[in-house]
Ligand binder design. Structure first.
Ligand code: LLP
Length: 420
């Protein structure tokens, strides 16, 4: 079988991917358990690895995480219910789930109180509303240190342009709300964006230590600090993988400084989404049409931005490889890879601002498979039903076995929501 891989981000070989495509149909999300387990192992020096499930919230993936000793973060009532369905049990493990947000809608407030899910509060209003109905509830304070960083402005979650977290100079007021309601302060949390770099990291760690000092000075104690998520992965050839030892070392040093301030040990948490799952996933699509438009050669596949939104939303790069349906070699060329949606932005090879970027890719033929790599994070979880396209299936590969972990949605199911 001829296959030209631009980036061998997945250990799955072309024969295996072709077999999955034939058996489950396309487009198809595929995840590989071994890669997820390896990424979890990379972070084992942290006391707690808490999976930011927004990256990939399939309950089967959550169960795999739980069985590997990972805890979970939830950012909506739906994500709390997913975590419960996957067996995370706050009754036996009080910190199994943490709810992180900047507001509490009424239904979610009821759910966190019912299951006593610790709340990582990004606003003082959350503390007031929670404290009023659930005194003694465990809380974290998510602090915006006044600066942030992200792979795109849309993923920068710190600084004055970000809606996230309690502004650093409001820490005292937040602590007063904690005390007023007898809330149980667990820890301080900072997540300043996705795609953190080392240069920035010492600034982040320094800010955390300073916040611990201020918390202590206000007469409060802490059991834990959280480094948040944001660990990047190599999306492009040549990009380096993050050095998790170095990353841990910087945070461990901050933890030790904070311990000296408090006079007792502190738990160190990390809360990655992307790092644990991005490289474990790919999206299999089938080429259904090709066309020339002036100087651009278009390859049209059966997956669109309703499935993988990242290129259209952030100009994100995903490696693409081709599996020829007839096993023949394909001539070299440059192509714009696009989907079936009724929008010009439905293009997988684009840069920031939506400019199409023809990609060096063997000339695809109808029936070939195009594999979009590193889609395990923010792939399926950001999908939509745009253009009335049902959600597609997800498959988990574990060694020699594979199984469906989400069946394909049907149009009838979409229509049923409106059959009133
Ligand atoms: N913790 C908090 C509080 C977060 O807001 C996030 C991500 C994470 C952890 C996990 O970040 P990660 O380790 O995955 O970078 N849809 C975007 C990413 C948005 C991230 C939002 N918050 C993307 O596709 O790149």
């Amino acid at each position: 079988m001829a296959a030209i891989f631009q980036k061998a981000a997945t250990m799955l070989n072309p024969t295996r991917l072709t077999d999955l495509a034939h058996r489950y149909g396309t487009p198809l999300w595929v995840y590989e358990a071994a890669t997820i387990r390896q990424r979890i192992a990379d972070l084992q020096r942290f006391d707690t690895v808490r999976f930011a499930q927004k990256a990939c919230s399939n309950t089967h993936i959550l169960r795999l995480m739980r069985e590997a000793g990972v805890k979970v973060d939830a950012v909506s009532r739906g994500e709390i219910l997913r975590a419960l369905a996957a067996g995370f049990d706050p009754a036996s493990t009080p910190d199994a789930i943490v709810f992180t947000a900047d507001l509490l809608d009424r239904a979610t407030l009821d759910t966190v109180v019912e299951h006593r899910v610790p709340v990582n509060a990004g606003s003082i209003d959350m503390l007031e509303q929670l404290g009023a109905v659930s005194p003694g509830h465990p809380v974290w304070l998510r602090i915006n240190p006044g600066f942030g960083h992200g792979h795109s402005n849309k993923t920068n979650t710190g600084g004055e342009h970000s809606k996230h977290g309690i502004w650093h100079s409001e820490l005292r007021a937040a602590l007063d709300a904690v005390r007023k309601h007898g809330l149980q302060l667990v820890g301080l949390h900072m997540h300043i964006g996705s795609g953190v770099d080392y240069g920035h990291l010492s600034q982040v760690c320094g800010a955390m230590v300073q916040l611990v000092r201020e918390t202590r000075a206000a007469g409060h104690d802490l059991h834990a600090i959280s480094a948040g998520g944001g660990l990047s992965i190599p999306y492009k050839d040549g990009e380096a993988s993050i050095d998790t030892e170095h990353y841990f070392g910087l945070w461990d040093a901050a933890r030790r400084e904070a311990e000296a301030v408090l006079g007792h040990p502190l738990q160190l948490e990390i809360e990655p989404g992307r790092y644990l799952v991005a490289e474990a996933g790919c999206l299999i699509s089938e080429v259904r049409a090709t066309k020339q438009a002036g100087s651009n050669h278009f390859v049209l596949v059966d997956a669109g931005f309703n499935e993988l939104m990242r290129p259209a939303m952030y100009g994100s790069y995903h490696g693409i490889s081709l599996i020829a349906h007839d096993g023949a070699e394909r001539p070299a060329g440059h192509s714009v890879v696009a989907g079936p949606l009724c929008e010009s932005g439905d293009v997988f090879t684009q840069g920031d601002g939506g400019v199409v970027l023809p990609r060096a890719l063997p000339r695809a033929e109808v029936g070939d498979l195009l594999i979009l790599h590193n889609t395990g994070a923010y792939g399926a979880s950001m999908s939509s039903n745009y253009n009335s396209r049902p959600l597609i299936a997800e498959v988990l590969v574990d060694g020699d076995t594979d199984r469906l972990i989400r069946r394909r949605q049907t149009v009838e199911e979409l229509l049923a929501l409106e059959a009133l």
